[in-house]
Ligand binder design. Structure first.
Ligand code: ADP
Ligand code: GLC
Length: 487
C-alpha cells in the first residue's frame, strides 16, 4: 500500500527560507516521492509561498478560525519536482512583509501562537478530508510551528474522526513555541489538554511539547542529537518527557540536495569543478576574495562562515580566535544575520583586519554558494547543532569543515588527527571542548594540514566523495512510517 504523508512546516526552499528547515522541507518530499511515498506539504500562505507556486487552486473553505477571518485552503504545485503544496490562506495572519516569524523590529509577532496554531489545525483538517481528492495516512509535523498538529488530530478523534498517525520532527529543541497560559483558550483545544500530560509546560503552553507528547513517533535530524536531547544538558527542559518516549525516538541524518549543492552543477559559483579535477576551485577562491575585498592571495588559508548569527552557532568563540587566524596569515569571510551584538562583533573584527577579515550582513543565497565554494575551510563551531547542513555542503565542495564535536556535526565530520590521516578517514577538523583552546587547536591543525600539500589534497578529495543522500534519509523515514501503518 502506498503511504501518503502530509508535511506541515513553516518554510520550504526555494519558496521561503530562513534556515536549514527550509532545505529539508524542500528536499525530503521529492526524495520520498521518488521512493514511492506520496508526500505533500502544507505551508502558511506567506506572500513568497503564493508567488512561487504554480496552478494555485482553491480546495476548501475552512471557515473562521483563530480570529484570522475566513480561512481558505488552496493547493498549488512546486516545480521542478512537482510537489503538491497546500497553502493556508489567511491574509490577516500571513500577508505581512519580511520574516515569517518576526516583525520589522525583529520582535516575534504578538499573535504567533494563533498564526501557527492555524497551520497545525489546517494540517489536521486535511487529514480529516478537507481536500476531497487526497487524504494523508500520516501527518508529519516539523518544529514548534507545526507542533500542535498531533494535538488537533487527537482532539478531532474525540469528536469521532478516524485516527490519523503523526510524526514530530525536532529540527531544533531550542525553539519551543511557548506562550502564556492565558492564550490556551484561543487554541480551540479541549480544556483537559492543558495539563502536564498535554500541552502545558511550566505554566505555559508549549507547541513543541504538544508535538512531542501527542505524536506517535518522534524523529530528530541526527543520531547524536537524538541521544543528546534525552540528557539534562541538551534537553532544554524536555529531556524528562523525551526519556519517557525513548523507544519512539529516531535520529535520521539530513541529506544534501546535490542538484543544488554540488560544485559540478552549481551555476552560481565562479567556476565549476569536481573531485577528480578540483583545480578550478582556486578560481572560486579568487572570486570570493575579490567580491569581499580580501587580499587576492591563493596561499592565504581562507576560512568561511555562512550562518544565522545566534548564540547556538558559537560565533562568539570564533571571534575570540580571529587574531589566531590573521596572525598565521589566514583570512576570514562571514555571511550572516541575526543577533545585533554578534553583527557588531563581526563588523569590528572586519574593521580591525582590513583585507583579512570581511563580513556581509544579510541573507544572500548566491553569496552563500560562493563562500561554500571559495573557502578552504568552512567553520561551524556551534554550541549545539541538531544536524547542520553547511558542513555537509562544505564537504561536497571540498572546503574542509571545522566543527565542534556535537550533534550532527559529530556524526558527519572526521578530524584530521594523525591517526585519522593514517587510516584515510579524515574529512575536516573537529574540536572537543567549547573554549578558545579547543577552537584554536583546530585552527592550528587546519594550517598544519595546509602546509602538507599531499595530505591536504587527499582530505579534500575524501571530503568531496562523501555522500549524504536524501534517498538514504527517505528510506529511514519510510521505516518510521511503516511502523505506524495499520496501527
Ligand atoms: P540552521 O538551520 O540552524 O540555521 P543549517 O546548517 O541546518 O542551520 O542550515 C542553514 C541553512 O541556511 C543553510 O542552507 C545555509 O546556507 C543557510 N544560511 C544561513 N545563513 C544564511 C545567510 N545569511 N545567507 C544565505 N544563506 C544562509
Ligand atoms: C535546525 C538546526 C540545524 C538543522 C536544521 C535542519 O535549524 O539548527 O542543525 O540542520 O534545522 O534540520
Amino acid at each position: 500500500m502506498t503511504v501518503c504523508v502530509l508535511h506541515a512546516a513553516a518554510e520550504m526552499f526555494p519558496l521561503l527560507k530562513t534556515g536549514g528547515l527550509a532545505d529539508v522541507v524542500g528536499a525530503l518530499p521529492p526524495a520520498q516521492s521518488q521512493l514511492g511515498t506520496h508526500a505533500r506539504v502544507v505551508l502558511p500562505g506567506f506572500p513568497a509561498v503564493l508567488a512561487g507556486l504554480e496552478d494555485l487552486q482553491s480546495v476548501a473553505d475552512l471557515g473562521g478560525a483563530f480570529g484570522a477571518g475566513n480561512v481558505r485552503l488552496e493547493r498549488g504545485v512546486l516545480q521542478p519536482h512537482g510537489v503538491v503544496v497546500y497553502v493556508v490562506r489567511a491574509d490577516q495572519f500571513y500577508d505581512r512583509p519580511g520574516n515569517p516569524y518576526l516583525d520589522a523590529a525583529h520582535r516575534s509577532y504578538a499573535d504567533n501562537d494563533r498564526r501557527f496554531a492555524l497551520l497545525a489545525w489546517a494540517a489536521a483538517r486535511i487529514a480529516k478530508g478537507a481536500d476531497p481528492a487526497w487524504k494523508p495516512h500520516i501527518v508529519h509535523a516539523h518544529d514548534w510551528h507545526a507542533g500542535l498538529a498531533p494535538a488537533y488530530l487527537r482532539a478531532f478523534e474525540r469528536g469521532g474522526a478516524a485516527r490519523t498517525a503523526s510524526v514530530m520532527t525536532v529540527h531544533n529543541l531550542a525553539y519551543q513555541g511557548t506562550f502564556p497560559a492565558s492564550e490556551f483558550g484561543a487554541l480551540q483545544l479541549p480544556g483537559d489538554f492543558y495539563a502536564v500530560e498535554g500541552v502545558e509546560f511550566y505554566g505555559h503552553v508549549s507547541f513543541l511539547k504538544a508535538g512531542l507528547y501527542y505524536a506517535d513517533r518522534i524523529t530528530t535530524v541526527s543520531p547524536t542529537y537524538a541521544r543528546e536531547i534525552q540528557t539534562q544538558t541538551h534537553g532544554a527542559g524536555l529531556h524528562g518527557l523525551l526519556q519517557t518516549r525513548t523507544h519512539d525516538i529516531t535520529g535520521i541524518l539530513n541529506g544534501v540536495d546535490y542538484s543544488i549543492w554540488s560544485p559540478s552543477v552549481d551555476e552560481s559559483i565562479a567556476s565549476k569543478y569536481t573531485a577528480s579535477k578540483p583545480s578550478a576551485k582556486s578560481k572560486c577562491k579568487a572570486a570570493l576574495q575579490e567580491r569581499m575585498g580580501l587580499a587576492r592571495d591563493d596561499d592565504a588559508l581562507l576560512f568561511g562562515v555562512v550562518s544565522r548569527l545566534t548564540e547556538q552557532k558559537g560565533l562568539d568563540l570564533l571571534l575570540s580566535a580571529v587574531p589566531d587566524i590573521v596572525q598565521r596569515g589566514g583570512q576570514l569571510v562571514v555571511l550572516g544575520t541575526g543577533d545585533p551584538a554578534l553583527e557588531t562583533g563581526m563588523k569590528n573584527a572586519a574593521a580591525a583586519h582590513p583585507g583579512a577579515v570581511a563580513i556581509e550582513l544579510g541573507f544572500d543565497e548566491t553569496l552563500s554558494h560562493s563562500i561554500i565554494a571559495g573557502s578552504d575551510v568552512v567553520m561551524v563551531p556551534s554550541r549545539f547543532e541538531p544536524c547542520g547542513l553547511t558542513q555537509l555542503y562544505a564537504l561536497a565542495y571540498g572546503s574542509l569543515p571545522l566543527v565542534h564535536r556535537v550533534g550532527g556535526l559529530a556524526d558527519t565530520v572526521v578530524d584530521s588527527s594523525l591517526e585519522n590521516l593514517a587510516d584515510d578517514l579524515a574529512t575536516g577538523f573537529v574540536f572537543d571542548t567549547f573554549d578558545r583552546a579547543g577552537i584554536v587547536g583546530a585552527i592550528r591543525r587546519a594550517f598544519a594540514l595546509k602546509s602538507r600539500r599531499t595530505d591536504w589534497k587527499a582530505v579534500v578529495k575524501r571530503a568531496m566523495n562523501q555522500s549524504f543522500s536524501w534517498e538514504a534519509a527517505a528510506l529511514e523515514y519510510a521505516e518510521v512510517y511503516q511502523g505506524l501503518m495499520g496501527r
